[in-house]
Unconditional design. Structure first.
Lengths: 163, 271
């Protein structure tokens, strides 16, 4: 049942009017990929019971990426597909990487999180952009103000508290 | 269908012959291969946009985790690893049957294609049932995102030192318990303390798994539509594009879950 069509077709569209020819993997091959995916799932759960410190997330992501690669390459046929489809797929991850790295870097470098709303620069100890105005108010008070208009700067700390 | 000469110079009539006996061919394509490749590329571009949509949530996850890893360490113990792993296996199996459905369509075994599509849809139902039990557990404990966080059984603002429960990892009497620590009581009456802003974790959990669950439901609908067309005999080894693309969508659902599962259920300090 698996044998009859399991050989590799190369597209030769000029003698058959351009009929679609694709690589057809044997059923047993797909079951093998599934077995590998289950093994990796069990591995990632088992590993999670041990503490490797900050490497925990790295190990989890490496195993997840191995699983995702198996799914994309064989279940989604990227391995036998046009290369351009792979490029479109990987481009998404490239731009996702840029997005996450720049955002992560921005949040980490620009400000230190003080409570809910205020940002303070780690280097200067001054108010940093990205937070609510630096009043001595609590988070709830700050949340009530500061929505509209430019945040008051400089002397904002001396404003009387509302409510 | 046999001797078609689709030389490029035949002034638009080459494609005409290629359409003979091929009801699936759209008039603006020359050959079935061209149509197939165009459909596939379109699907892959769509998959790329889907990854970027989920990417916004993964970015939020990275930022929140970077700012406050502690709440992830504590709060993720409220997720059941075994249920998450079962759901992973269910989704992987449904991906297998989706791939086998495509293979059956490629070799023209129509009934087998229907069988595998039905199995895939049933696995999707099983996934949603397990997810339902997980969600109702969280609802019951009041572990909800944002302002909904909290429950009659969960009192916010415990006073420093007055209330001593057992935190999951640290002895609370030694931990810097501030008024914002939240006391969560589970069904058996065990008291656990969650750090301030633990609702952030459950917000991410519900939005990420919720958007994924929405994709599961959409994927089920697409596969059902493909199943109906397959039963009507619309597909053949020359034309199985909807089966292929429907399965690609389903694999995407699987791919997202492959990352969601470890990031939400597994990373963090083990107990």
């Amino acid at each position: 049942m698996a044998a009859d069509h399991s050989h590799d077709h190369v597209s030769h569209d000029h003698d058959d009017g351009g009929d679609v020819h694709v690589h057809i993997s044997p059923s047993r091959f797909y079951w093998g990929i599934f077995g590998a995916l289950v093994c990796l799932t069990i591995a990632t759960v088992k590993v999670s019971y041990y503490d490797f410190g900050s490497a925990n997330i790295l190990i989890a992501l490496v195993i997840a990426t191995m699983k995702a690669s198996l799914v994309a390459a064989f279940f989604m046929h990227l391995r036998y597909d046009k290369l351009f489809n792979t490029l479109a797929f990987l481009a998404a991850f490239l731009f996702l990487g840029i997005f996450i790295l720049l955002t992560y870097d921005d949040v980490g470098v620009r400000a230190h999180d003080h409570g809910y709303a205020q940002k303070m620069s780690l280097e200067t100890g001054m108010q940093a952009p990205g937070g609510e105005p630096a009043t001595s108010a609590t988070a709830d008070d700050v949340a009530g103000e500061g929505h509209e208009g430019a945040p008051p700067s400089g002397s904002a700390g001396h404003e009387p508290k509302k409510e | 269908m046999a001797n078609v000469s689709d030389t490029a110079g035949a002034a638009g009539h080459a494609g005409h012959d290629a359409h003979a006996g091929r009801p699936f061919m759209q008039h603006h394509f020359d050959t079935p291969t061209q149509q197939f490749n165009a459909s596939k590329l379109g699907m892959w571009v769509f998959i790329a946009t889907e990854i970027l949509m989920f990417g916004g949530l993964f970015c939020a996850y990275a930022v929140e985790r970077g700012l406050e890893p502690g709440i992830f360490d504590e709060a993720h113990h409220f997720l059941n690893k075994i249920m998450g792993a079962s759901n992973t296996i269910v989704l992987l199996f449904s991906s297998l049957t989706a791939a086998l459905a495509v293979r059956s369509a490629q070799v023209g075994k129509r009934n087998l294609t229907s069988f595998y599509l039905v199995v895939t849809i049933l696995c999707a139902c099983a996934f949603l049932v397990i997810k339902y039990f997980e969600y109702s557990h969280k609802f019951h404990l009041g572990l909800l995102p944002g302002h909904c966080f909290g429950h009659p059984g969960m009192s916010a603002a415990i006073q420093n030192g007055q209330e001593v429960g057992t935190c999951l990892h640290t002895d609370v009497s030694k931990a810097p318990v501030t008024p914002e620590w939240v006391r969560a009581v589970d069904e058996e009456g065990h008291v656990t303390l969650l750090p301030p802003r633990a609702n952030m974790f459950f917000g991410l959990y519900f939005v990420m798994t919720g958007l994924h669950g929405l994709h599961v439901i959409i994927g089920m609908s697409i596969l059902t539509w493909v199943l109906v067309k397959n039963i009507k005999g619309k597909f053949s080894p020359q034309y199985f594009t909807p089966v292929d693309l429907g399965a690609l969508y389903w694999h995407l659902v699987d791919l997202v879950w492959i990352y969601l599962f470890p990031l939400l259920y597994l990373v963090g300090k083990p107990e």
